[in-house]
Design a protein around this ligand. Structure first.
Ligand code: FVH
Length: 283
């Protein structure tokens, strides 16, 4: 196997391959980063072309798509006929455009783990693009964690990755707002954190009901708390932020969306209907 990119994630991928017993050739722009991996059994290539030529399966894990093309454009003909798995974070559009750039069997990937999780059961990775590239290399790829193939559209791994990251950052936004609120009133963050985790975990279960509403475009099913009530309660989140003197900017955008659903006559429905407003695009 060849791994291009030995940042935190690339190095973790190499260690997982070595641990699983796969001979691995590595390349990185800053060559020094290869040293500890060579000490652990990897082979260092001094050029991208040499690294690519060393293996049929080439894995890229670099900073962004521009760095991937900067690197692979120097490989020349060495790439022709290889399987290229790109685990660099990007948008679905970037993945689709990139898929046709080189004469390779292309698989795009989205890693749902941080480096210390690689190679543990907690890690999973989305793949999309060439089905044959996935089927042939699934066993190797599972050295990183569970592999989930999400379709032949090369953009789908990034779509799923960005979807999950959107959920995560939404949770972080709410959590950061909550911690700013309570700590500004003198409650230690460490005292509040277990309560925050408990409540967020129990509320996560409502995603299933929302998903059913969204697929059926019917926000009158699975209603546990109607949006008119939630909209009025949400106004208190904004007022409380003002009272303690913290910025409401992380949570403020949801307030007018909820109010619009209520004003449009959907007050008896669930909050899932906000998705209908988002799908209309930017106002
Ligand atoms: N680390 C994480 O928690 C996340 C988890 C989910 C997936 N992401 C994505 O993985 C990609 C790599 O992330 P990383 O953590 O390895 O990132 P860095 O440690 O910053 O390493 C970046 C590597 O990219 C090389 N590089 C940057 N620009 C160029 C360039 N123009 N030409 C060649 N190489 C370039 C850099 O090389 P160097 O600075 O060591 O010379 C590193 O090898 C990323 O898409 C995450 O979003 C990680």
């Amino acid at each position: 196997m060849t791994v291009l990119g030995l940042g935190d994630m690339g190095s973790a991928l190499v260690r997982a391959l070595l641990k699983a017993g796969y001979p691995t050739t590595v390349w990185n722009r800053t060559a020094d980063k290869a040293k500890p991996l060579v000490a652990e059994g990897a082979t260092h290539a001094t050029t991208v072309a040499e690294a690519v030529a060393a293996s049929r399966l080439v894995i890229a894990c670099l900073f962004d798509y521009k760095s991937v093309t900067d690197v692979l454009d120097t490989a020349g003909d060495a790439l022709t006929g290889r399987v290229l798995v790109n685990l660099t974070n990007g948008t679905p559009g970037q993945a689709r455009e990139f898929a046709g750039r080189y004469d390779v069997d292309y698989l795009d990937g989205g890693i749902m783990a941080v480096p210390p999780m690689i190679g543990t059961p907690a890690a999973f990775v989305f793949y999309s693009g060439s089905r044959s590239a996935y089927d042939t290399n699934k066993q190797v790829l599972e050295a990183f964690g569970e592999s989930l193939y999400v379709g032949t559209d090369a953009g789908f791994a990034a779509l799923h990755d960005i979807g999950l990251l959107s959920g995560m950052y939404g949770m972080f936004a709410g959590g950061l707002h909550a911690l700013a609120l309570v700590t500004s009133a003198g409650v230690p963050a460490t005292t509040f954190a277990p309560l925050l985790k408990r409540y967020i975990t129990s509320m996560a279960g409502y995603v299933d009901g929302m998903a059913e509403q969204i697929d059926k475009q019917d926000y009158t099913i699975n209603v546990t708390s109607n949006i008119a009530m939630q909209s009025a309660g949400y106004a208190n989140l904004m007022l409380s932020a003002e009272e303690v003197g913290i910025s409401p900017e992380l949570l403020a955008p949801l307030a007018p969306l909820m109010a619009r659903r209520v004003a449009d006559g959907h007050g008896h429905e669930d909050i899932g209907g906000v998705v209908e407003l988002l799908k209309k695009g930017k106002k």
